[in-house]
Design a protein around this ligand. Structure first.
Ligand SMILES: Cc1ncc(C[n+]2csc(CCOP(=O)(O)OP(=O)(O)O)c2C)c(N)n1
Ligand code: SF4
Length: 283
């Protein structure tokens, strides 16, 4: 059977949570019946950002924190493509945090997968935006003093189209979440709890396993206020599953409606007329 995995040697530590993410995503793409030519994976920089290298599809490796705008651009000019931005919590919520906010607002039809290991793995263990206050690292030997960032609460509060959390220790649930996120028409954020077995000795597989629970069948992901409450749940109990879902118009559809697709794909004419208008304005 066709597999999206290629034969490249994987440069992750044995036991890293990234392995299950890679398998879950590769299997999800196969089960959705997608072909490599239909899929574009965009990543930034970090351990997580290497994941697309191990998948047989189109790949764009961008700058640190810049995967979302690249994915946004690709999907907007070719809405037929399945575009997935994939990177770590440092890349998506730190360096790329501003892009996340504005992608939520604009609602492009892309899926954002965040390998959330609550640490900077590639640069050897500094605290990340989602590290808990007090997290001790080589650069914060007395423990970080900053409060941690709650990505899902932010996304729900800003009425993001699709917001979910998965756990790298539950590959089947993760695969199901990936499939729903990829199929969703609009911006999807999937935050994945991904243990870094080398630099995060607090949030281990065991730590997450004793806390995560799947949202019950009667949970209503369309209720924004209820979803916001659930998105804040963190500590002894950490929910996984589809936290919030809200259908709304996609960026490219709205732009094509206004400009026409051809005009949008050939912006030279627009730039030229804008330039001409500016010139007259100065005369
Ligand atoms: C502009 C810029 N700033 C900083 C770095 C250094 N850098 C590379 S990876 C990284 C952190 C990656 O952490 P995260 O996104 O959480 O991914 P992980 O490695 O944990 O998967 C940093 C700070 C860089 N490459 N470019
Ligand atoms: S440093 Fe951490 S995130 Fe990076 S490969 Fe090793 S275990 Fe995984």
């Amino acid at each position: 059977m066709f597999s999206f995995r290629n034969q490249l040697e994987i440069a992750w530590c044995p036991g890293c949570g990234n392995f299950n993410l890679l398998t879950a995503l590769s299997e999800a793409l196969v089960e959705l019946g997608l072909k490599p030519s239909q899929v574009v994976l965009v990543s930034g920089i970090g351990q997580a950002a290497k994941a697309p290298h191990y998948i047989q599809a189109n790949v764009f490796n961008g700058l640190h924190g810049r995967s979302i705008p690249v994915a946004f651009g690709i999907q907007s000019v070719n809405p037929e493509l399945t575009v997935i931005a994939e990177s770590g919590d440092g890349c998506m919520y730190g360096e790329g945090g501003n892009h996340l906010i504005h992608a939520i607002r604009r609602n492009p039809n892309i899926t954002v997968i965040v390998h959330d290991n609550q640490v900077y793995g590639l640069t050897k263990g500094q605290a990340s935006p989602t590290s808990e206050a007090g997290f001790v690292s080589k650069t914060q030997p007395l423990g970080t003093v900053s409060e941690s960032f709650h990505p899902l609460a932010l996304a729900v509060s800003q009425n993001a189209s699709f917001v979910a959390r998965g756990f790298a220790g539950d590959k089947e649930e993760l695969k199901s979440i990936f499939k729903q996120a990829i199929q969703w028409k609009g911006f999807s954020l999937v935050d994945v709890l991904q243990p870094c077995v080398t630099f995060n000795r607090i949030n281990t597989f065991g730590w997450y396993k004793s806390r995560v629970y799947s949202l019950p069948e009667d949970y209503d992901p369309e209720d924004q206020v209820g979803a916001f409450k659930i998105s804040l749940e963190w500590g002894d109990k950490i929910p996984t599953g589809i936290i919030y879902r809200h259908s709304k118009p996609i960026f490219s559809d709205l732009v094509f409606e206004k400009l026409g697709r051809k005009e949008f794909l050939n912006p030279t004419r627009n730039y030229q007329s804008i330039f001409e208008d500016e010139k007259h304005g100065f005369e």
